[in-house]
Design a protein around this ligand. Structure first.
Ligand code: URA
Length: 237
């Protein structure tokens, strides 16, 4: 990020309109590296600069990359209609910065959900051209059989898809659970593939995206964390 004055930095980081940010500073509600600052002051080096605004700690970043362990009964859409939106689980500043889910999980699907305000990153992650594998654990209504696994691997035809949809890999986990890996993210894809193969999905968890695994994040349901450089690298195709 290029150097900027404190009022511009607050605006840039999503603390409110230009006027709101100026007032925050003038009223002594902002600390920079621990010190109260009441002037717009000199140009600051923003990367990883630590601020406190009304007691809220904030580390300045050009872009936000976050992972949420999504609970059930939250919607990924920007205008949620039947359940609260996933952004309600994150600090308000994230919405101010236009942070969005990368792809969507159904309201009843749980597990790994990336969110970011970096348009290039969102596009790259969501695009099927980049083949970032998504790993799901599905609980099935009917038993998991070798025939079901074989069908998901060879491809199932869905009514509104021109080509059969194929799992990159698929394996049984127990009598009523399987792991399925997909490289596309079509609407209700796992549920529709299971239905087309004669079973039914009772519950669905996304356990990994690329090499980023939920179990390695130590993130309880409903909690989120920033992704560090190492974790971001695990998302490469
Ligand atoms: N496939 C589904 O059916 N639902 C999801 O939420 C994700 C993948």
């Amino acid at each position: 990020m290029k150097k900027m004055m404190l009022n511009k930095l607050l605006l840039n980081q999503g603390f409110g309109t230009r006027r709101v940010c100026e007032q925050l500073i003038r009223k002594g509600r902002v600390r920079v590296a621990g010190e109260v600052v009441t002037e717009f002051g000199d140009l600051l080096e923003p990367d990883l600069l630590e601020l406190e605004v009304d007691g809220q700690h904030w580390v300045c970043r050009e872009f936000i990359y976050v992972v949420l362990n999504k609970p059930a009964n939250y919607e990924c859409s920007r205008k949620p209609s039947h359940h609260p939106g996933v952004l309600s689980l994150l600090p308000r500043i994230f919405s101010e910065r236009n942070t969005q889910p990368v792809g969507r999980l159904d309201h009843d699907t749980t597990g790994l959900l990336l969110l970011s305000d970096d348009g290039t990153f969102i596009h790259r992650q969501a695009s099927p051209k980049h083949h970032v594998p998504k790993v799901y654990e599905a609980t099935t209504h009917e038993p998991v059989t070798p025939e079901l696994i074989a069908l998901l691997l060879s491809g199932v035809k869905l009514v509104d898809e021109a080509e059969p949809l194929v799992a990159m890999s698929c394996r049984p986990l127990d009598t009523h659970r399987l792991e399925i890996v997909l490289e596309q993210g079509k609407y209700h894809q796992v549920k529709r593939m299971l239905a087309a193969a004669g079973n039914h999905c009772d519950a669905l968890v996304r356990t990994a995206i690329g090499k980023l695994r939920l179990e390695e994040l130590d993130l309880p349901q409903g909690k989120w964390c920033f992704l560090n450089e190492e974790q971001l690298a695990l998302l490469a195709p």
